[in-house]
Design a protein around this ligand. Structure first.
Ligand code: CU
Length: 155
């Protein structure tokens, strides 16, 4: 699994738009089962010039894409949308399982291992950046997050 993740990262290190102030790479997602309608996607963001802010994302693979953070609420891991994500020069922002991530809502079809799809990131200042996301294994990069826990309440 770990190897797949590294492989996915290497394959996806495509350069972003030359004029963009933001570099996005190591984009990957987790494979989903046929019954899943949401999926997590992960990548790293680096500001080359001035500070910027990731405002939203979109993809033809899903009805919508939300920015999520994962919080620990007692013993329950929950996710909640965030309005935006600051990207500061010299500091790589890592979207990863159990932390910040892109949530693909309303998947048009399951994310199959090895499949690729584009995600376009919209920023406050920079031109939009499109990254190609490669689907890794369902358990890649950390424990599988229970999206059903999103609206869970601690007992
Ligand atoms: Cu999420």
């Amino acid at each position: 699994m770990r190897l797949l993740t590294i492989l996915a990262a290497l394959l996806c290190a495509a350069p972003a738009w030359a004029e963009s102030l933001i570099t996005a790479d190591h984009a990957w997602a987790r494979a989903t089962s046929a019954s899943q309608t949401v999926g997590g996607a992960f990548l790293t963001l680096t500001a080359v010039g001035a500070a910027d802010r990731l405002l939203s994302a979109s993809s033809p693979a899903a009805a919508s894409v939300e920015l999520h953070e994962t919080i620990k609420d007692g013993d329950v891991m929950r996710m909640r949308p965030v309005a935006g994500l600051n990207v500061t020069p010299g500091r790589t922002v890592e979207l990863k399982p159990g932390g910040l991530h892109l949530m693909l809502m309303g998947l048009k079809r399951p994310l199959a291992l090895g499949a690729k799809f584009p995600v376009t990131l919209a920023f406050e200042k920079s031109a939009p950046v499109t990254v190609i996301v490669t689907v890794a294994g369902a358990g890649a990069g950390g424990p599988v997050m229970d999206h059903g826990a999103m609206h869970a309440h601690t007992p």
